[in-house]
Design a protein around this ligand. Sequence first.
Ligand SMILES: NC(=O)c1ccc[n+]([C@@H]2O[C@H](COP(=O)([O-])OP(=O)(O)OC[C@H]3O[C@@H](n4cnc5c(N)ncnc54)[C@H](O)[C@@H]3O)[C@@H](O)[C@H]2O)c1
Length: 399
Amino acid sequence: MAARKIRLGIAGLGRAFSLMVPTLSADPRVEIVAGADPRPEARQQFVSDFGGRPHETVEALCADPAVEAVYISTPHQFHRANAEAAARNGKHAIVEKPMALSMVDCEAMIEAASKTKTHLIIGHSHSFDRPIARTRELVASGAFGHLQMINAMQYTDFLYRPRRAEELDTAQGGGVIFNQAPHQVDNVRLIGGGRVKSVRAQTGIWDPARRTEGAYSAFLTFESGAFASLTYSGYAHFDSDEFCDWIAESGLRKDPTRYGEARASLRNVSGADELALKQARNYGGAGYAPPGGAVEATRWHQHFGLLVASCEGADLRPQPHGLMIYGHEERRFEDLPPPRIPRVEVIDELHDAIFDGRPVLHGGEWAMATMEVCFAILESSKGAREIQLHHQTGLPAGL
Ligand SMILES: NC(=O)c1ccc[n+]([C@@H]2O[C@H](COP(=O)([O-])OP(=O)(O)OC[C@H]3O[C@@H](n4cnc5c(N)ncnc54)[C@H](O)[C@@H]3O)[C@@H](O)[C@H]2O)c1
């Protein structure tokens, strides 16, 4: 029997949406019925690509009776109001990371969904990736003894992609703590069982022309006694995809000879020109090209850099092709064949929740706990002290 379809409305037709297009258009369980964006060129492209109903506002999209669930991929500052509008209209929501810009906003989103008994999922984040989920399964199985330590490391060109002004202003959700740490923290929390006890971190703002956090290191302790070290740099020098067989975060092969392109493309661009460059390359813009190119080669599992989880009996290393298990006397590779549909796990979670009543893993409480760690990274760095956490949550029973 064919699976029931989710009638999906899209709020925010920008870069995040274009990264989800390969998922949303390939999954037969999704029917894209409407889209909202203030940019007319984005709405025009949307109608031509999907034939769905265009709306100028998210409010109108949420009120559209054809829409059953909303994928919210607007800038962070709108996540709370958009999620509340979805819930108010009885619509389920997938909200892009970061969930929101404060704990108060996260709590309001959870309350709005709970009041109207709608499902709230925060994603995509890389903890949906199959190799990370498989690492969690192996850790939880106890086959290798207790988890002791996790090391996660990611180096990218994040800070040198064309940006909106607020993406370079920490107070408005800019920088790598709001934009990249939610992925890395989610991965580490998932493998570590969720409950982080404390955070000590240092952040770096190293480019006077882009005065927001471009790097951090954070040391996390878990209630279980395990500990984790997380490092991120978005300064476009070393690229940790080199440690992932030159498979990019998207799961597609990367060409290492294109070194330095991100910084070079911004060399003579500033302020309004940067926004124009971003808009031109964005969905519906004159220079828009689907991420990954029109003809797609094999797409391996997506990832967020190097991660090693150390248990008493083995180190586990999730990778785009599978999982390397380094035991006492031998190591073996567990193959994870390429996904049929990229990021299919996000749709699985929503579909299973709506139609089978399964509990969601990446729900509001889970994502708020991830944001609590991110806020603590900023606070710890600012105050040069360790921060104790109070809103952590484990994995739902059975997951
Ligand atoms: N999971 C991922 O891999 C991933 C990747 C990129 C972005 N994101 C997240 O997605 C969100 C959007 O980021 P982006 O990079 O796509 O930004 P973007 O600027 O490329 O796109 C945002 C889109 O929202 C539209 N928009 C602005 N205000 C709006 C409003 N009030 N109502 C409706 N639409 C509005 C803009 O016109 C634009 O088309 C962010 O929260 C970001 O963190 C997630």
